[in-house]
Design a protein around this ligand. Sequence first.
Ligand SMILES: Nc1ncnc2c1ncn2[C@@H]1O[C@H](COP(=O)(O)OP(=O)(O)OP(=O)(O)O)[C@@H](O)[C@H]1O
Ligand SMILES: [Mg+2]
Length: 162
Amino acid sequence: MKIEQGGTRVIFIFSNIVVKIPKLKVIRPFIRFFHHLINRQVEEKLMAFDQTSVVKAILRYFLSGIIANRFEHYYSKKHKNFDEIIHVYGLCFGMILIQKRVSVVEEEDERWKNFLRCLIKKGIKDIDLLVARNFGWDNGKMKVLDYGRIETIREVYKLKFL
Ligand SMILES: Nc1ncnc2c1ncn2[C@@H]1O[C@H](COP(=O)(O)OP(=O)(O)OP(=O)(O)O)[C@@H](O)[C@H]1O
Ligand SMILES: [Mg+2]
């Protein structure tokens, strides 16, 4: 078993499945808060989570791992025949995600470099869809393994038309 640290989740990688567990945010938020306070960036950083309300932004920040797992589960189940994503097996206790394990795409891979050119040409802007580590090989095809943000979900359908 291998453990991978994502931005919002800790990923336990077994031979055939991965288990994505939301990260508990305890000490780091305080360090980041003071850092942003010194740089007068608190408002700007919070707005990245929600532009309409500070309370929603704070909630989204603390719950981002759970939200990501729930989005991934919802999207996968709603689009069962969509072949551009690594599908999800299930969601335990509403927050622990089980997904098929795949081989992660490498940044140096020429096939990724060509694929990235197509993504940019198609006008894909979401940052999570422009990094190799968010894609995996499944049945010889590059598919998205991280679609836990609303911005990603808004654009992921475009992969069908590459
Ligand atoms: N299905 C999978 N098969 C193999 N490895 C995986 C799988 N899902 C995730 N990983 C590994 O764990 C890493 C983090 O996973 P993921 O991107 O889903 O989490 P995250 O919290 O959204 O991370 P980040 O915010 O850094 O993108 C991936 O970059 C990949 O290396
Ligand atoms: Mg990711």
